[in-house]
Design a protein around this ligand. Structure first.
Ligand code: SF4
Length: 121
C-alpha cells in the first residue's frame, strides 16, 4: 500500500488549522490547504466553530474525523473545539514537529512539505 495515499474520502475528514498570526500558525494553514488539494480531507472553518454557526457545526458533527492543526502549544484551535463540546480525533502542533515559532511569516516551502508528510503518515 502506498503510505502517502489516504484511505478516507475527503468529505469524511475535516481539517481545522489555527491560522494564527505567526509563522507556525500560517504553516498550519498552508499544510491544511495542501492536504485538501491532495485529497486527504477538507480544510474547514474554525471561526465557524468558535462562532457556533449552525451549518458549520452540523457539518462538523457529520464528519468521520476531525483533524486539528495548531501552530504552537497554546492550542487555540483545540481549545475552540473543547469550548464547543467536540472531541477531536487528531491534534497536531507544528512546533512539536521541530519548527520554531517566530513573529512574521518566513514561510519555508520545505518546512510545509515536511509537515504535510508527517501529518499524512
Ligand atoms: S495555537 Fe499558537 S500559532 Fe495558533 S493561533 Fe494560537 S497562539 Fe497563534
Amino acid at each position: 500500500m502506498n503510505k502517502d495515499k489516504c484511505l478516507c474520502r475527503p468529505t469524511e475528514v475535516l481539517i481545522f488549522p489555527c491560522t494564527g498570526g505567526s509563522n507556525v500558525g500560517q504553516i498550519a494553514n498552508e499544510a491544511a490547504k495542501q492536504l485538501t488539494n491532495q485529497g486527504c480531507g477538507k480544510m474547514y472553518c474554525l471561526a465557524g466553530i468558535g462562532g457556533h454557526i449552525r451549518g458549520i457545526v452540523e457539518s462538523t458533527k457529520a464528519a468521520k474525523k476531525i483533524v486539528v492543526i495548531d501552530g504552537c502549544p497554546v492550542s487555540c484551535a483545540r481549545k475552540t473545539f473543547e469550548h464547543a463540546g467536540f472531541s477531536i480525533d487528531k491534534h497536531i502542533v507544528i512546533t512539536e514537529l521541530g519548527i520554531k515559532k517566530e513573529n512574521g511569516f518566513p514561510l519555508d516551502g520545505g518546512q510545509i512539505e515536511n509537515v504535510v508528510t508527517k501529518i499524512k503518515s
